[in-house]
Ligand binder design. Sequence first.
Ligand code: FEO
Length: 397
Amino acid sequence: MKPIQIADGVYDVGVIDWNIRDFHGYSTYRGSTYNAFLIIDEKIALIDTVKAPFADQLISNISQIIDPAKIDVVISNHTEMDHSGSLPKLMQVVGANKPLYCSKMGAKNLAAHFPDAWDYHPVKDGEELSLGKRTLAFIETRMIHWPDSMFTYLKEDHILFSSDGFGQHYAGCEEFDDQAGEEAMVQAKKYYANILLLYAPRILKLIEKVVASGIQIDTICPDHGIVWRKEPGKIIDAYLRWSRQETEEKAVVVYDTMWKSTETMAYAIADGIAATGVMVKPIHIRSSHRSEIMTDVLDAAAVVVGSPTLNNQMFPTVADVLTYMKGLKPIGRIGGVFGSYGWSGEAVKLVAAELEAMNFQMIDGGPRLLYVPGEEGIAACKAYGKQIGEAVKARQG
Ligand code: FEO
């Protein structure tokens, strides 16, 4: 299915990973792609490679356009091995003496991954490289998604090669946003929520700087998923919104349950929230992957977490989600807690401490009910849900 022409002399020679379902803890139920880009000019450049098991496929894809030995310049926008894993095999074919352009941190990080003595050319932010008729400009983008990350901009064609930025874990026959439809944005949101959210302040500054510079961006070529050629502005606007952590009039009620008591409470709280007109989604942790939960947290104004007490602790799956969420640093959310217990009942307090550690604006009085919720308990849950819904409306309004 690849290579695919992006523009005159510009090709995606990457690969499709149809069957990957877990990407270091992120559920990739739509698979993924590792895109790599070949630019044919007086000098021939390759931007990024693919995961190591796909190295032969990458070389075969390049060979359909040119002899890989004719590549003059290799550019590594990002060291993570889904983009650098094929470098050893590729450099053998291209020629180990060919220049390898990357950021300063990229040179350091690549050397920490691969023992090969490649001819590193570390570049600075704004540095340019002429390919003959066309010019590449390098833009430092630290922490999108590693300290070594950079973008490469093809000036004459207004194409931004954005590495992990603006990407999605999405495997399809489609190459472009106008072919993939809304699913591209669905997967881009999930990608941002699970890979980039913790760097939101940095991403916001970077995008604002790029927008302010006035550079024309007609096409965005990420290293994962589809290429944005129809509406690159749509994904840039979404990144600005997500990086500002803008939320909607929406709450999530995330819970686990042992004997359905905490689940009964979750639904009663959700009913209370819904009664205020706020959108609400109850999410049973063992029915939804943590990366799906995080995608819903991205635009939720309130995050309400319920846990039964097990062995004096919060339920282990709840701890998993909270640890994951804390690392991704959602900020400014309204927080709520609840849970059923049998005798000791520490979970609610422990969960509240985790949400407080994330600086959530906590709604006090989260219900903590003994064994099975009765009428009074259900009413307390509904009332708590209403309080949360009203807090969401006050904040969003
Ligand atoms: Fe797609 Fe940070 O690697």
